[in-house]
Design a protein around this ligand. Structure first.
Ligand SMILES: [Zn+2]
Length: 536
């Protein structure tokens, strides 16, 4: 339905570069991308006919609060180990948790951005397990009464062709079971410290960091659908300011539950939980590998165990980590130190009123209001700062379509080459708007405008400054052009007679002479008009 007309756009509405953490067109650097995609597509094509994959996703997103969920310790990465801790997040006896209200605000924003219903009452529960990075012996999470539930999220997804191009973007509704709120655990450190051959270390700075855990229904059938979904969620959370959602920094982590079955079957076979997926790419590759492994096992009559497997990125395989726990292994029970969380209709109304316009709504508005194609509008809403940049440029220039063209081709190329986002662009939307206005007024031509933009980007100068430095100003003044035309006619009597005698091909000769006499600065449109009038 929605083709991708060129390299920039093929990246599609939800492109995200896992290496740089940026959305936008960085993927146009072909090397890495293509080798990666080919690998994945090759595997995907090997999926045996008659089988289908059943995939559900779990995403842990760190909510962008300044302090932890149940105490006042700062949420910061990189500090001295165990420096951001207190009796609450260390789990010392007698310490009582107090819910951080900012978590509710950001959780509500996230829930609304993902199409979830916020529940009037939700309950925090203890999830009991032992692990050295969890000193309390339980994690405060939510179980049977989550913060939000029953969502339907409309994403766009595309199959990829043999060379890794996204083709045929189309909408897909994903059922979101729930998003609950919980605290993160600390970290066990097994390397980079003294004697790590003998000891492991525990850093509890991360313990108590607020998370939203987003769980989908098993609605995905291909790894690319899961890939497009994760990118959609990433962008949505960043868009509303609920989470930085940066996988490289670990503040967005995803897990995939994968099983396979014969087409037409309705029951689910044993599923495998995939972890250690450090990028959306690795996740996609891990799912592909797992689908193939499970089909081969089923066909050989071998068991597929319910277990957790890790992605081994060196060898491109998944490996068993442990057998999977069931919910009853955790012995959930309501957290006695916290009240049930009540959320009023007024609160939800207030959060809704503070939400920015969401990307899908913005894409539709751009198409309607500015007459942009689906592909262009989609590309402009890949990132909030890009969408805002566009809208300011469109207003400043008065020409929304030319603004879209210049941003999607010229500006994005400069931004990608410089590794910058639209928010970091050295050319402001108003500066670009001025350039587009100058172009629209016929003072410079298209090629000159592109050259001016490159120079503005490199030097930070205004369009007017660069145009005057380069001597690009077009002569559009009719009187000035009439004078040049008169000189050209006087100097070429023979050609004038021939033209008037019927040799119309000579018109181009006169245009060339006038352009030459004006050192290329005469506005060609005005030159044509004046010449036609004078030559008769
Ligand atoms: Zn604390």
């Amino acid at each position: 339905m929605y083709g991708c007309p060129d390299l920039i756009r093929f990246c599609g509405p939800f492109f995200f570069d896992h290496r740089t953490g940026r959305t936008g067109g960085t993927r146009r650097r072909p090397g890495l991308r293509f080798s990666f995609d080919r690998f994945a597509v090759k595997i995907e094509n090997m999926i045996k006919e008659g089988w289908e994959a059943v995939i559900g996703m779990e995403i842990h997103a760190q909510l962008a609060t300044e302090t932890k969920i149940f105490c006042g310790c700062a949420v910061e990465t990189g500090g001295e180990p165990n420096s951001h801790t207190c009796p609450v997040c260390l789990g010392l006896p007698g310490a009582l948790p107090v819910l951080n209200s900012r978590v509710i605000d950001l959780g509500a924003r996230a829930a609304l951005a993902l199409g979830l219903e916020i529940q009037e009452t939700s309950v925090f529960s203890r999830k009991n397990y032992f692990y050295p990075d969890l000193p309390k012996g339980y994690q405060i999470s939510q179980y049977d009464k989550p913060f939000s539930a029953d969502g339907v999220l409309n994403i766009l997804t595309a199959e990829r062709d043999d060379s890794g191009h996204a083709v045929d973007w189309r909408p897909m509704a994903i059922g979101i079971e729930r998003m609950h709120l919980e605290e993160d655990a600390g970290k066990n450190i097994h390397e980079g410290m003294p004697d790590t051959d003998k000891y492991s270390y525990v850093d509890l700075n991360r313990a108590g960091t607020p998370l939203g855990e987003i769980v989908t229904k098993p609605d995905f059938r291909t790894s690319w659908q899961a890939y497009d979904y994760v990118n959609h969620v990433r962008r949505a959370l960043q868009w509303v300011g609920a989470s930085d959602a940066d996988m490289e920094k670990g503040n967005l982590r995803c897990e995939a539950n994968v099983s396979v079955r014969r087409v037409g079957e309705t029951k689910f076979n044993n599923k495998v939980e995939l972890k250690n997926l450090n990028s959306v790419r690795f996740m996609q590759k891990a799912i592909e590998f797992e689908i193939e492994r499970q089909i081969a096992a089923h066909e050989a009559g071998e068991p597929v165990n319910q277990e957790t497997r890790l992605w081994d990125e060196k060898n491109n395989v998944t490996r068993v980590m442990r057998s999977k726990e069931d919910a009853h292994d955790y012995r959930y029970f309501p957290e006695p130190d916290l009240q049930p969380l009540e959320v009023s209709a007024e609160f939800i109304k207030r959060v809704k009123s503070e939400m920015p316009e969401l990307p899908d709504a913005m894409r539709e508005r751009f198409s309607a209001e500015y007459d942009l194609s689906f592909a262009d509008a989609s590309q402009l809403v890949t990132e909030k700062s890009l969408a805002e940049f566009y809208e300011r440029t469109a207003k400043a220039s008065g020409d929304p379509r030319v603004s879209a063209n210049y941003i999607l081709s010229e500006l994005l190329r400069e931004l990608n080459a410089a590794g910058k986002t639209a928010a970091e662009s050295p050319v402001s939307p108003e500066g670009l708007g001025e350039l587009i206005k100058t172009l629209g007024a016929g003072k410079i031509n298209n090629n000159q405008a592109k050259e001016v933009l490159t120079e503005m980007f490199a030097s930070g100068k205004t369009a007017a400054e660069v145009i005057s430095e380069k001597g690009f100003e077009q002569i559009s003044d009719v009187a000035a052009i009439e004078k040049i035309v008169a000189d050209v006619i006087a100097a070429n009597e023979g050609q004038v007679a021939a033209y008037r005698g019927g040799n119309e091909k000579l018109f181009g000769f006169f245009v060339g002479q006038v352009m030459k006499a004006s050192q290329g600065k005469a506005n060609p449109k005005v030159v044509n008009e004046v010449l036609k009038a004078k030559l008769g």
